[in-house]
Design a protein around this ligand. Sequence first.
Ligand code: ADP
Ligand code: MG
Length: 562
Amino acid sequence: MKQTHSFQTEVKQLLQLMIHSLYSNKEIFLRELISNAADACDKLRFESLNNASLLGDDAEFRITVTADAEAKTITVSDNGIGMSEADVIEHLGTIAKSGTKAFLEKLTGDDKKDANLIGQFGVGFYSAFIVADSVTVESRKAGVAENEGVRWVSAGDGEFTVEPISKASRGTDVILHLKEDEKDLLSDWTLRRIVTTYSDHISVPIYMKKAPEYDEEGNVKPSDELEVVNQAQALWQRPKNDISDEQYQTFYRHVSHDYDDALAWTHFRVEGRHEYTGLLYIPKHAPFDLYEREPKHGVQLYVKRVFIMDDAKKLMPSYLRFIRGVIDSSDLPLNVSREILQESRDLDAIRAGSVKKVLSLLEDLKKNQPEKYTEFWQVFGNTLKEGIAEDFSNKEKIAGLCRFASTHNDGSEQNVSLADYIGRMKEGQEKIYYITADSYAAAKNSPHLEIFLKKGVEVLLLTDRVDEWVVNSLPEFDGKALVSVAKGSLDLGNLADEEEKAAQAKTEEDNKELVEQIKTALGDKVEAVRATARLTDSPACLVVGEHDMSQHLARMLEASGA
Ligand code: ADP
Ligand code: MG
C-alpha cells in the first residue's frame, strides 16, 4: 500500500537551492520544525473551541525534541492537529504559497542574498533536508482512529512515499536521519542550545531530555526524564521591563523569518473600549515582495493568545505592509471566521490604534534617533509616502514624516522635511514650491527653477514615482499650499519685488507682437502663450494650467497605458 509521489517542480528547485545556500545557517531547521509543531498545536486549540471532543483526553499541548545517538536521529513531536494522507501529500509535496514562482525568479545565485530571500519567503519544513539525508513524518489527525495514521518518507531527491500506519497518539513526529557529517547535532548540549535560542517565546511548552545529574562519585546518573526548556509564555504578554533587547530581536526573527535584526519596535497595550496588545517591528531591509502585486503583510492576529491568522491584511494599511509582528485582542470573539473578521468594526478600531502606534514610533525615531530614521527612510520612505494618498486621517502626520530632495542641498539624498522647508521660507513666501520629474538630474536642471534659484527660494525636487500622487493628495501642509513651479501663471506673488513686477510688465509689452505670432503659428496646440521675465538662461519653457495634470504625471499615465 506504499505509494510513491513526485515533488512539485518548485519544491525540487527550492530544495536544491536551500540546501546549498542555507548551509551556513543550517540550525534554522529546528526553528522551522518547532514553529510548525507550535502552529499545529495552535490550529488544534482553535478548532477545539467549536469541537472540544477533538482533544480527547489529551488536552495539554506539548512539543518534544529528542535525539537518538545510536539511530542518529533527531525527532520533533507534537500533539497538535496532525495530518491525514491527503494533507501530507498536499503540504509536504507542494508549495502552496502565492508568489512562489516570482520568488524563485528573484534568486540570484549569490548565497548570502539568496539565503536572506529564502528566509523571508519561509524555508519551512523542507529545511529539514539541510541536515538530514532522509526524513520520516508520522502523523495522525485529531479526531481520527488509531489505525488511520500516515507515514511519509523522502530523501529529498525528487520523490516521497506515503503509506498508512497505526499511531498511538494524535499529532506529528518528524524524524530526521542525520547526514554523516551532522552528527554533532546529536549532542544533548548542542541540541538544547539551539532549541532554547529559537523557542523561548513559543507559547507551547517544549520538552527535552533533562540535563544529566551526577552522583556523589561524579558518575552520570542515567535518566530519560524530560523537562520544559522554554518560557512557554507569549512574549508580548510579558511586561516590557522583563524583556531584553535580545529577546525582542529573537522574537522578531521568528515572526518575520528575517535573518537580520529589526530596526526598531513598539510594544504596547491598549485598554478601554477595545483591549489589545501589540508588538510591531520595522525591519532593516525591504521584504522581497514589497512592490509585488500582492505583497505579504506580516502582522499576525491572536485573540486571547490563540493564533487566529497570519498575513492579516486587515490589520495594517497597505503603506505599512512592511511592518511585522503580532496583535493580540482580548475582546474579539474567538470563534470568528476570516470572513467575519474582514468586516469587523472592532478590527477597524484596532487597526486605527495600531497605525497610530507605528506612526508614533516613527516620530520618536525621527526626533531621537535621526540616524536610524534615515536608515528607515532610505528603505521604506517610498512606501510610507503612499500613506498620504491612502490614509486620509493620518495624512498630515505622514507628510510630516516625509523627506525630500531639495535645491537647498547639493545631492539627490532625501533629507529635507516639510518643516525644514517652512523654517527656511523667504520673507513674503507663502507657498511650498516643488517640481516633479523622472529623475533628479531632470528636476535639478529644469528651466522652471531658474527664477527660484536666482531669488534663493528653495524648491523641493520630487522624483519618485509616488510623488505625483503625494502632491495630488496634499494640497497644503501646515497651512501652506504646495505649488508646482511648472504650473500656472508662474506668478511669484509677494516674492516678486517692484523691479521684477515692472520688468514683467515691460517684457509683456515689448513682446506683444512676437507672442501673437507664436500663438498663430502654434494654433490649437497650446492654450496660451505668455512672455515672462522669469526665465534667466533658457529662451522658453512649457507650463501646464493651474488645474491640469502635470507633464510628468501625463507621461507616467501614458507609460502605464492609461
Ligand atoms: P508553513 O509553516 O509556512 O505553512 P512549512 O513548509 O513549514 O510552511 O509547512 C508546510 C505545511 O505542512 C504547513 O502549513 C502544515 O500544513 C503542514 N505541517 C508541517 N508540519 C506540521 C506539523 N508538525 N503538524 C501538522 N501540520 C504540519
Ligand atoms: Mg512552517
